[in-house]
Ligand binder design. Structure first.
Ligand code: SF4
Length: 185
């Protein structure tokens, strides 16, 4: 897919990770719109901080946004800290919602800022998204955004965006070496 002007629903996990995908998609002629849907983020203060950072970034770059405030902590608390199958649930829950929303709202395709991160399970997310493409009949726009990860993070720093130190859920928060350094000003 490369046609100019196509509306792409871009799932946004946070502001900094949106920087490079938005840049690249716009360069390619697409019209990305950011969809914040991350019920995994713990605790509530961090959820609000990432959401507000994303909205600040969107305002700077004149990016249309949709925000879903859903917060489903109980889903992650059912897993033991060692059980990484929670990531399959976490990706599927978020990406499925994005595919559904894209289909219901006449977008041309969907994708996610999660594909910019070298810390996520890229191949697993890709497999999930191609499955959703079949399930909902909405194209998945695959891009390996990781090539611009450092550039995007550097641009985010220049914009003064808050950059989080852990993935998002309660288990990633508890195991983060930054946990005790995270402040809530
Ligand atoms: S580690 Fe990240 S991807 Fe895995 S469940 Fe937690 S928030 Fe989701």
């Amino acid at each position: 897919m490369s046609e100019t002007g196509k509306r792409i629903l871009l799932h946004a996990c946070c502001g900094p990770c949106a920087v490079w995908p938005v840049e690249l998609l716009r360069e390619e002629g697409f019209q990305p719109e950011g969809y914040f849907y991350n019920p995994n983020i713990h605790p509530d203060k961090e959820f609000k901080r990432r959401k507000e950072t994303f909205l600040s970034y969107a305002a700077i770059k004149n990016l249309k946004t949709i925000v879903d405030d859903d917060f489903k902590q109980d889903r992650w608390e059912k897993y033991s800290p060692e059980d990484l199958s929670r990531c399959v649930m976490c990706y599927t829950l978020r990406l499925e919602k994005v595919a559904q929303f894209a289909k219901e709202n006449q977008f041309d395709a969907f994708t996610s800022t999660l594909f910019v991160s070298p810390y996520q399970n890229h191949e697993l997310m890709k497999e999930i998204c191609f499955g959703l493409q079949e399930k909902y009949g909405i194209p998945f726009l695959y891009r390996d955004f990781r090539t611009g990860y450092r550039k995007g993070q550097s641009m985010a720093r220049e914009m003064g965006l808050y950059r989080q130190k852990y993935c998002g859920c309660i288990h990633s928060y508890n195991s983060s070496s930054f946990k005790d350094k995270i402040t809530w000003d």
